[in-house]
Design a protein around this ligand. Structure first.
Ligand code: NAP
Ligand code: ZN
Length: 364
């Protein structure tokens, strides 16, 4: 068994303004990394600025991070951090700004590095420390050693290294209140995908399975309420945020599985939100594991007291719909993408690019 978690995790109302962590002691120069508007809208940016002012830190805000963050924005952010002399990066947002903050932390410390060296982890200097302030309840990026950055060819590619774990994760679930209904559902579905993909993974261990089960439990409870017409309230947002962190902890051990691998082209080329794209494949993934991971499936469904049919039904009902049509040409371009994908080796059953191509032909 192996579990490493260097991130201090604080989840409570008011945790940003009230934070007493020594990382904010005076003399720091901080680059704050956000998306275009939500960090301001949800109140997290103002809270972080007050925290930094009280701690006598200087700060600069870089607010150009797009969804599925691009390497170009990260390079620009890295240069800004370097010229400002930043010694700490604070990411505020959903997975996109948080992942970008990790990449900027690498690029600021390794100015001029090539894109190839960035993705192959050939870094000469250690990344700057990162603080993650989450504003969605989905990716769990606050507690993972992963950043997913869109490369200059438009493809989503991950970097995974222990040095990019945030040193501190601050989660105030009230920030997620300003999320649209669609992003609330989509990001929750992403957290569920992390839990399920991590559970049905050959590298799962007792730690990751406990996190995955707990996160799944919380999301099932929330999805049942949403399905019955309940609007997310403060309690539900708290539970969803916790679930996203459990999902992040689970995938920090195992990584994700074929739903994530198959989701990327939907976000890259068809504008589908990340969680929506992953959730689309979850029913297939669950059915696959009923056959190829029977013991794990029995343990999973009996621990949760839900049937596979009910879980698949909840996902289909609550996750936003994918409405994408693919031509035969577009379908056949996908399979080379999955050659050598290390995620697929961790799936139960024999998962080849051809197998995934058949799934695509069936689903689209
Ligand atoms: P996101 O891309 O960060 O944000 C989606 C949208 O929601 C943006 O328009 C954003 O606005 C808005 N938003 C964020 N917080 C909000 C709030 N509190 N109120 C209102 N609007 C808000 O979404 P995400 O699903 O959290 O992140 C997806 C990314 O994370 C993908 O690139 C995915 O590949 C990656 N990911 C990373 C990991 C990991 O372990 N590192 C795991 C899974 C997924 P703004 O643009 O204004 O901020
Ligand atoms: Zn995800």
């Amino acid at each position: 068994m192996n579990f490493y978690m260097p991130t201090r995790i604080i989840i409570e109302n008011g945790c940003v303004q009230g934070c007493k962590d020594s990382i904010f002691e005076g003399g720091k120069k901080v680059l704050i990394v956000t998306g275009k508007s939500s960090a301001k809208k949800c109140g997290a940016l103002d809270d972080a600025c007050i925290l930094l002012q009280n701690a006598c830190c200087e700060y600069l805000i870089y607010d150009k991070i797009e969804q599925n963050p691009s390497i170009e924005s990260c390079i620009e952010g890295g240069r800004l951090a370097k010229s400002f002399g930043a010694d700490l990066i604070i990411g505020i947002g959903g997975g996109s700004p948080l992942d970008a903050a990790k990449a900027i932390a690498v690029l600021a410390a390794n100015d001029g590095i090539s894109e190839a060296d960035f993705y192959s982890l050939c870094w000469k200097s250690a990344p700057l420390p990162v603080v993650a302030i989450g504003t969605t309840a989905g990716t769990g990026s606050e507690v993972t050693q992963v950043a997913v950055i869109t490369n200059s060819k438009g493809l989503k590619k991950s970097i995974r290294d222990d040095s990019i774990y945030p040193v501190l994760a601050l989660g105030d679930p009230k920030y997620t209140k300003s999320l649209s209904d669609s992003f609330t559902r989509s990001t929750a579905a992403d957290a569920l995908a992390h839990c399920i993909e991590s559970y049905f993974n050959k590298t799962a261990n007792d730690f990751s399975k406990v996190f995955a089960l707990r996160g799944t439990r919380l999301i099932i409870d929330a999805f049942r309420l949403i399905e019955s017409g309940k609007e997310p309230d403060a309690d539900m947002r708290h539970e969803l945020y916790l679930a996203s962190i459990y999902g992040g902890l689970a995938i920090s051990v195992t990584g994700t599985n074929f739903p994530h691998a198959m989701s990327y082209f939907l976000s890259e080329n068809h504008g589908v939100a990340h969680g929506t794209a992953c959730a689309f494949y979850l029913p297939e993934f669950i059915e696959h594991n009923l056959v190829y991971a029977k013991d794990e499936s029995d343990a999973f469904f009996s621990a949760l007291g839900i049937t596979p049919d009910e879980l698949c039904g909840l996902i289909k009902e609550v996750a936003p719909k994918v409405d994408v049509k693919l031509t035969d040409g577009q379908k056949s371009e996908l399979s080379p993408r999955w050659q050598g994908n290390s995620c697929l080796k961790k799936c139960y059953g024999d998962i080849s690019p051809e197998f995934l191509q058949q799934k695509i032909n069936k689903l689209f």
